[in-house]
Design a protein around this ligand. Structure first.
Ligand code: CA
Ligand code: CA
Length: 307
């Protein structure tokens, strides 16, 4: 019996893990729903069935968000690094609920290039390499830096500050601060939907400059740090066993990474969910910060209905 158990143990524990996740999620959703329903009853609000359906879907969406926070808190107690073989990285497939179904996933936001960081030279160099590898013309980068920097001095001929944007047919002003949503990039001079489409899956905006987590970055981001010939070995090594530290990386890959801006842990995670109730589908995209003690904070939330 024992050899069979050992042989099956990986799969067995994986299934146990998923069962536990489902239980945590049901509790999270039930708690949010119960609290909200009591609140609604106390206000004695009468609503049409359309609004009620949307409201229930919204509550399930917030339940998914609570579930994401719980699983990230649990993760910090269970592990010292963050990698793609952990429970938080297991997506929730379409799960039946009363009147519909829901699904969700969590992505490590530090697996992506944080374009709010590109005022730092080494990050600009990496971002330029990403553009080059994806065949994206980098002519918008000076204007992006002007958008992020606080002053109104144009960097060079490709740069742009208020003078440029206020002269447009539909005028607006330069940001002069970190972006709060990646779609803001579309406002920057020189950016267009083709470039945005190619870059979008590899970039993000976070409220502070952040390190890249080498246990979660895609090969395309790795290739902005190290030569592409190392990328296959890097992904193979990481799949065998996530890197426990930058020192561990050095031992196994036989070279060092830049000391600055690299990590094996993450603090920012993007939780995404979809809830379908009848004909309505609600989506939620929430950026969560988890501090070193495991406390989670919602940084931003997009909650809406697919039309
Ligand atoms: Ca972890
Ligand atoms: Ca500026």
């Amino acid at each position: 019996m024992l050899p069979i158990m050992l042989k099956q143990s990986g799969n067995y524990f994986r299934q146990q893990g998923i069962a536990l996740l489902m239980a945590m999620m049901v509790v999270a959703i039930a708690t949010v729903t119960a609290v909200s329903l009591v609140h609604e009853q106390s206000l004695s609000i009468r609503k049409t069935s359309h609004i009620q359906t949307t409201d229930v879907a919204m509550l399930y969406s917030l339940g998914l968000e609570d579930y994401a926070r719980l699983i990230l808190q649990k993760d910090l107690k269970d592990s010292k690094t963050d990698s793609l073989d952990e429970d938080w990285a297991i997506g929730i497939p379409a799960l039946p609920i009363d009147g519909g179904f829901l699904s969700g996933s969590i992505q490590d936001a530090q697996s992506l290039m944080n374009i709010n960081s590109i005022l730092e030279k080494e990050n600009e160099v990496r971002f330029r390499a990403l553009c080059n590898n994806l065949d994206v013309n980098p002519d918008f980068i000076p204007a992006l830096k002007d958008w992020l920097d606080k002053d109104l001095d144009t960097l060079d001929a490709d740069g742009a500050e208020d003078d440029y944007y206020t002269g447009l047919e539909q005028p607006y002003r330069t940001g002069n601060r970190f972006m709060s949503d990646i779609s803001e990039l579309m406002l920057v001079k020189g950016m267009d939907s083709e470039k945005y489409g190619k870059l979008k899956q590899f970039i993000t905006v976070l409220p502070v400059a952040t390190a890249l987590n080498i246990n979660t970055i895609p090969s395309e981001i790795y290739q902005t740090i190290k030569d592409s010939q190392d990328a296959d070995k890097f992904i193979d090594e990481r799949e065998k066993d996530p890197f426990s530290s930058l020192e561990d990386y050095k031992k196994r890959m036989s070279h060092e990474l830049p000391k600055k801006g690299m990590s094996v842990t993450s603090e920012y995670f993007q939780a995404s969910g979809q809830v379908t109730q009848g004909e309505k589908t609600i989506f939620v995209n929430t950026l969560i910060h988890r501090d070193k003690k495991g406390a989670t904070t919602i940084i931003s939330r997009k909650l809406g209905e697919f039309s």
